[in-house]
Write a new protein. Structure first.
Ligand SMILES: Nc1ncnc2c1ncn2[C@@H]1O[C@H](COP(=O)(O)OP(=O)(O)OP(=O)(O)O)[C@@H](O)[C@H]1O
Ligand SMILES: [Mg+2]
Lengths: 309, 363
């Protein structure tokens, strides 16, 4: 009932032609760009990796073998489960959590400074200096970090000149470059939602709290953080999802021993030529990330509607 | 328990703009003291100085003789109620009220007990678990007061707390505020641009204009014996006849205006400023103007044209235009007599020198 009313209103407002155009555009976008590919992926993930001739043949039946493989490896695997892939999987999730927390700790003060402390011109200048570096593309930025953190890079040179350490430190091997690169890649996605949420906070509330004797940390804990919780949640969600699904940064900045789960997926699709298995891996990553985010939102009592604000 | 607040030569400058100019005033402990002035005259700035959010550019603020310079708002025995209340919307009413106690590390049960006591005081018993958003304007108002009282301040600072309420509620809250103040017995410093509010509630009022404290006095004195032209015209209605002083004698002065020579009272403080034929005003309240009887009086009499009459039941307001072209207002008590004059007719007007105030004007 409400839906037909909505449609009537929509048609009245935009006219028939425009309405049909808008609706079919949105529908096409949803179906072709979002729903169909994912459905294909899902379908793929439940099939055997068959040579082109056999696709659609008798052997082309549904199977959960690709998911089994992620958990238990090949039938000849001596271990009780697929040690390499599962380890990489959990390490990726953990690392993504780490990057998210790191970004939150880094960006909360920046967002606070932008939203509450800085005034007019200063704030605009700060925003600009945050945005401009992101005009440079992702790959270039990652390589720049490689140079920065390399054994003869700026950081090592400065550190050794100052006598802080005397042999070049391998930041790449220790994955510091990777975490720094990933962390930096998503700071804007963390800062802006928090900034957005904080900006509407009534400054008088902060002064009122101070007037009642509150220490600075209590003002944050009781007033600023609860108020900006929706922004924090949406920032964390985006950073977590994107860093768990990142490919370029781990590829370029990752140490020789560290593998990102996306790299394994990429290998299945690309060098491995096994799309069904790649799909299964990707689906598991997606599902676990979504479940994890929903779980965290439940823990921190954030409703999904609030994130959209 | 209650604390004297003394402002000594307080100046506040924002860049080249001076918001408060040489404020000197002593607020006595336990007093209900108001700052009254038009919007932008520096009231909030002055209050922020007392609460510690703003350091005066110059001068001192003393609490019981102790200089407050460098002592932050969280360390002063003051509690501020903001112009927009600034309640914490994500906390319950009880948590709002008990926030100051939470800060002081007081346990949950005791906080709750105190919050409930205060809810009784502000006549909202048992409403502690409500959300702030569920309260009406007047209730929020009272919660803000309770939140400030919870920390047992010695001075409560209120920044136009009633301005957001509708007229009925505002009048009700006036009485209520006054009663709360009597019950808790602490100093209330109240800011408003509404003279009705200031005059009805306060023990004393400071009238401010453009950063300057013009006069500090109780309500009756402010109304009957203004010391500055600004006070005379800002507090209540007044008719302002401009002219030059011709003579000053014991408590009275004569002013030559376009309507004739008028005589009015002069206060001790203004005597020197008036001697020597400077520009001056003679202020006469609308209720002090009278229609002359058949025998025209000798002094303080003139004629004016009746433009219109506004009938208000118990009062009738006459809008007059003097021969010199000045608009005047006269208020008559409606005693059942029919007015002898209609619009367009010339009315003989008189006033008693006792009820007229002569004040010096800037040249
Ligand atoms: N932080 C500031 N920086 C610059 N100017 C300021 C600042 N705070 C106040 N002012 C100026 O000082 C003057 C007095 O402001 P204040 O807020 O004290 O007025 P007010 O009497 O409280 O007015 P209202 O009744 O409108 O609240 C205003 O002209 C205002 O623009
Ligand atoms: Mg103000």
């Amino acid at each position: 009932m409400a839906l037909t009313a909505w449609f009537q209103h929509f048609f009245k407002k935009n006219g028939i032609v425009l309405s049909i155009y808008l609706m079919s555009a949105v529908l096409l976008w949803m179906v072709i760009m979002i729903i169909l590919p994912q459905v294909f992926m899902l379908d793929f993930s439940f099939r055997f990796n068959l040579p082109p001739g056999k696709i659609g043949g008798e052997e082309d039946v549904y199977t959960i073998s690709n998911y089994r493989f992620l958990l238990f490896g090949s039938p000849g695997n001596p271990d009780p489960y697929n040690v390499i892939d599962t380890t990489v999987f959990f390490r990726t999730i953990l690392a993504a959590i780490f990057v998210t927390v790191f970004d939150l700790l880094l960006c909360y003060p920046i967002a606070y400074a932008l939203a509450i402390v800085a005034k007019g011109g200063t704030a605009r200048l700060m925003v600009l200096s945050l945005i401009v570096p992101f005009w440079i593309n992702e790959i270039l930025r990652a390589f720049a970090f490689r140079i920065l953190f390399g054994s003869s890079g700026v950081i090592n040179t400065v550190g050794m000149t100052l006598g802080l350490w005397d042999t070049p430190f391998d930041f790449i091997k220790a994955d510091i470059a990777l975490y720094a690169g990933l962390g930096y890649a998503y700071i804007l996605l963390m800062i802006f939602p928090i900034y957005n949420a904080m900006e509407s906070l009534d400054r008088n509330q902060l002064e009122a709290a101070r007037d009642l004797g509150a220490q600075w940390w209590r003002i944050h804990w009781r007033i600023v953080i609860p108020f900006s919780k929706p922004g924090i949640a949406s920032g964390c969600t985006m950073v977590f999802m994107l860093s768990a699904g990142a490919l370029a940064a781990p590829q370029i900045l990752g140490g020789p021993s560290s593998l990102w789960f996306t790299q394994i997926i990429y290998q299945w699709f690309n060098t491995g030529g096994n799309w069904p298995r790649g799909s299964a891996y990707a689906i598991v990553l997606l599902a676990v990330c979504i479940l994890f985010v929903l779980f965290m939102m439940r823990v921190f009592k954030v409703r999904i509607g609030e994130i959209g604000r | 328990m209650s604390v004297d607040v003394k402002l000594e030569d307080v100046w506040v400058r924002f860049g080249s703009f001076t918001a408060v100019k040489n404020a000197n005033v002593t607020i006595r402990g336990g007093e209900f003291f108001s700052f009254l002035g038009p919007s932008g005259c520096g009231k909030t700035t002055l209050l922020r100085c007392i609460s510690g959010f703003q350091e005066p550019t110059d001068g001192k603020i003393l609490f019981d003789g102790k200089n407050m310079a460098g002592i932050g708002p969280n360390k002063r025995p003051t509690a501020l109620i903001f112009q927009n209340l600034a309640l914490f919307p994500l906390m319950s009413v009880a948590d709002n009220i008990a926030f100051g106690l939470e800060v002081r590390g007081i346990g949950k049960a005791q906080r709750r007990k105190k919050a409930d006591e205060l809810l009784d005081l502000i006549a909202l018993p048992g409403q502690g678990d409500k959300k702030v958003g569920e309260l009406s304007g007047g209730q929020k108002q009272r919660v803000a007061i309770a939140r400030a009282l919870a920390v047992e301040p010695e001075i409560l600072l209120l920044d136009e707390p009633l301005s957001a309420l509708d007229l009925k509620l505002r009048q009700h809250m006036r009485t209520e505020l006054r009663e709360i103040q009597k019950r808790v017995g602490i100093t209330f410093i109240y800011i408003t641009h509404d003279q009705g509010e200031a005059l009805t509630m306060s023990d004393r009022v400071a009238v401010m204009s453009e950063g300057v404290i013009e006069q500090v006095a109780d309500s009756v004195t402010l109304y009957d014996r203004p010391e500055k032209p600004f006070v005379a015209s800002f507090v209540g209605e007044n008719n302002d006849f401009r002219g030059r002083v011709t003579s000053v004698s014991e408590g009275y002065a004569e002013v030559e205006t376009s309507e004739g020579l008028f005589r009015g009272r002069v206060s001790e403080g203004n005597r020197d400023a008036l001697s020597g034929s400077g520009p001056a005003s003679i202020f006469v309240r609308p209720e002090a103007l009278k229609i002359a009887g058949t025998a025209t009086e000798a002094s303080n009499a003139f004629e004016a044209n009746l433009l219109q009459e506004e009938f208000e039941g118990n009062m009738r307001h006459l809008v007059l235009e003097s021969k010199g072209g000045q608009r005047l207002r006269m208020t008559l008590v409606n005693d059942g007599h029919v007015l002898d004059y209609g619009p367009g007719s010339t009315v003989p007007v008189v006033f008693n020198p006792e009820l007229a105030i002569v004040l010096p004007q800037e040249a």
